[in-house]
Design a protein around this ligand. Structure first.
Ligand code: HEM
Length: 266
C-alpha cells in the first residue's frame, strides 16, 4: 500500500472514531483533498501569522487603550458610511456593466437623435427592466457621492484623520475627487441637452485654468467644443480607466483601515 493511500485510511479511521456527520466528513475530505494538492493549510497559517504580526505593530484602538468596551458611542452608526459608499459603488459597477450591453458612445445620427441618446431612450422605454436598471445605476451613483461626503465629515469630526491615518485621509481626498469625476463623466454619456451643456461648462472650466487650460481641454474633452471625441473620452474614462483606478484605491484604502485598526471617537 502506498504512503498516500495509508494516509487516507488514517483519516477515515480518525473520522469514524469521532462519529462525524456526513457534512463534517465531506468538509474534512475536501480540505484534505485540497491540502494534498495546494498545501492550503500551510498558506492559511502563513496568512494568520501575517495578520497577527501586522496587528501587533499597529497602535491599540481607543476602546482597547481606555477599556471602553461597555460604553455606547453615539458616533458608531456613522462608522457605517464607508461601507455604505463601498456597497453603493458595487451596485453602480454591476448595473453599469449591464447598461453597457445596450449603449454605444456614438454621436452619429440614429433613428431620431444621436445613437447614444437613442440607446438611452431604448433602455428607458423598450428594454425589459431597463427603466429599473438605469434608475438603480443613477441612484446608487448619487447615493455613493452623498455617502462618501458624509463619511468624510465623520472622519473629520471624530478626528480620525490624525496621525497615523494621514495617508488614508489623503487617499480619501483622491477618492472623493475621482467619485465626482465618475459622476461627471457618466452625466455626459446620455448626450442629452443637460449632458451637452454640462460638457460645455466643463470645457470652459478647463479653458479657465491659467497657462495649461487649452492643453487640458484638448486632453480631457478632445477639443474646445463638444463632438464625437468628447463623448468617446468620457466613455473610456467612465467605463475603463476610472473603474480600475477607483477599485484599486478603495481596496488600498480599506486595506489600510484593516492594518491600522479603526479610530474610535475621542
Ligand atoms: C470611494 C470613497 C470611499 C470609500 C469606499 C471609503 C471606505 C472606507 C471604509 C469602509 C472605512 C472604514 C471605516 C468607516 O467605514 O467609517 C474608511 C475609513 C477611513 N476613510 Fe474612507 N472611504 C472613501 C472616501 C474617503 C474620503 C473622501 C476620506 C477623507 C478625505 C476618507 C478617509 C478615511 C479615513 C481617514 C479612514 C480611517 C477612519 C478611522 O480609522 O476611523 N475616506 N473608509
Amino acid at each position: 500500500m502506498s504512503l498516500e493511500r495509508k494516509d487516507e485510511h488514517d483519516h477515515r479511521g480518525w473520522m469514524q472514531e469521532r462519529d462525524l456527520s456526513p457534512i463534517e466528513q465531506g468538509y474534512l475530505m475536501a480540505l484534505i483533498w485540497l491540502d494534498k494538492r495546494f498545501r492550503i493549510v500551510d498558506y492559511l497559517e502563513l496568512l494568520e501569522t501575517m495578520y497577527y504580526r501586522v496587528n501587533l505593530q499597529m497602535p491599540k484602538s481607543h476602546t482597547e487603550q481606555y477599556n471602553l468596551d461597555n460604553k455606547f458611542w453615539y458616533w458608531y452608526p456613522l462608522y457605517s458610511l464607508g461601507a455604505f459608499s463601498t456597497i453603493a459603488y458595487i451596485v453602480a459597477a454591476l448595473t453599469g456593466a449591464i447598461l453597457g450591453f445596450y449603449y454605444a458612445p456614438s454621436t452619429a445620427d440614429g433613428m431620431e437623435e444621436t445613437i447614444a441618446y437613442d440607446d438611452v431612450v431604448f433602455i428607458m422605454q423598450d428594454l425589459n427592466f431597463g427603466y429599473f436598471l438605469r434608475s438603480l445605476h443613477r441612484w446608487s451613483a448619487q447615493i455613493m457621492t452623498a455617502a462618501v461626503f458624509l463619511h468624510m465629515l465623520r472622519v473629520y469630526f471624530t478626528g480620525a484623520y490624525k496621525e497615523p491615518r494621514e495617508v488614508n485621509w489623503l487617499l480619501g481626498i483622491v477618492l472623493i475627487s475621482l467619485t465626482m469625476v465618475f459622476g461627471y463623466t457618466g452625466y455626459l454619456l446620455p448626450w442629452s441637452q443637460l449632458s451637452y451643456w454640462a460638457g460645455q461648462i466643463g470645457v470652459e472650466m478647463a479653458l479657465s485654468i491659467p497657462f495649461v487650460g487649452e492643453w487640458v481641454a484638448q486632453l480631457v474633452f478632445g477639443g474646445f467644443s463638444l463632438d464625437a471625441s468628447t463623448l468617446q473620452r468620457m466613455y473610456i474614462l467612465h467605463v475603463f480607466i476610472l473603474p480600475f483606478v477607483v477599485t484599486a484605491l478603495i481596496a488600498l484604502h480599506i486595506g489600510i483601515v484593516w492594518m491600522q485598526g479603526i479610530a474610535e471617537p475621542h
